[in-house]
Design a protein around this ligand. Structure first.
Ligand code: ADP
Length: 269
């Protein structure tokens, strides 16, 4: 599954974008969207031009995490303008197209494929250094559609929590990437430990290290671990990415290590 996009309109739009990174997870609730948003914001804060595309049709949380729910998009017959967060970061989410954020989306596979295709062909990102895609958890219709339609994405960042029940699904995710010839940029282990704010004791709520062991076992890079940190929940609920709103914390510093290899991507032909 490598090569330029087959669809001519997608090919044209995507030729303006240097690197495309798909954020995946085996399960929901492991922090995939949090990682996708903070990755996009981190890259943008280094001066890169970044687009963040949320294709999590059944649970789009990017607008909430960026505090832009209910935003109104501009567009013409031929194209849709993504929402500009600042000079370097634009965002597009399926949530912007739903009438109410509480609406449930009941769509079958072909319709999802069509919508993702339309996102890729009609959203006018302009020239970008990175397109970060927040995909739904698992290996269903949406991740398959985005990998196939992009054709030459640079790779996947896979987010997991450390316990075996999550790791089992990450292995499936890696197999999915391999079958589609999508490079795995690496695995992020989230919620690896918790430091009690009262006594300072470190507790490994979901155990720790499972992501790294699995990454070594499956011969893929391990990008780093993030603690379970209440400031992430506060930042997320306030719609302010923690890498900027809690920039001085150990968690934000740990995140910088995860971003470093992504900053070195050169784009895939
Ligand atoms: P997913 O996209 O995998 O479903 P989200 O990124 O939406 O997961 O995160 C689910 C919830 O967990 C959110 O409330 C988020 O703020 C919280 N969360 C994510 N990572 C952490 C963390 N490291 N520490 C504390 N809370 C976190």
């Amino acid at each position: 599954m490598s090569g330029v996009p087959e669809d001519p309109k997608i090919k044209e739009r995507m030729s303006d974008i240097k690197s495309k990174v798909i954020v995946l997870s085996g399960k929901g609730g492991v922090g995939k969207s949090t990682v996708a948003v903070n990755l996009a914001v981190s890259l943008a804060s280094t001066g890169k031009k970044v687009g963040l595309l949320d294709i999590d049709i059944h649970g789009p949380s990017v607008p909430k995490l960026l505090g832009v729910e209910g935003a109104h998009l501009e567009g013409s017959k031929e194209s849709i303008e993504p929402l500009k967060i600042d000079n370097n970061l634009s965002v597009m989410s399926v949530a912007f197209l739903l009438r109410q954020s509480d609406d449930a989306v009941i769509w079958r596979g072909p319709l999802k494929y069509k919508m993702i295709k339309q996102f890729l062909s009609d959203v006018h990102w302009g020239k970008l250094d990175y397109l970060i895609v927040d995909s739904p958890p698992g290996t269903g219709d949406e991740p398959l559609a985005i990998v196939q339609l992009l054709g030459n994405a640079d790779g996947a960042v896979i987010v997991t929590t450390p316990q075996s029940v999550a790791i089992v699904d990450v292995r499936k995710c890696i197999t999915f990437c391999r079958q589609l010839d999508l490079p795995v940029i690496g695995v992020v282990e989230n919620m690896s430990w918790f430091i009690c704010p009262k006594c300072g004791e470190r507790t490994e709520i979901f155990k720790t290290g499972g992501g790294e062991v699995m990454a070594n076992d499956m011969d893929i890079p391990f990008l780093g671990s993030l603690p379970m940190d209440p400031s992430i929940v506060i930042a997320s609920d306030e719609g302010k990415p923690f890498v900027t709103s809690y920039a001085e914390t150990e968690t934000a510093k740990a995140f910088a290590t995860i971003v470093a290899p992504i900053l070195k991507l050169k784009g895939r032909k």
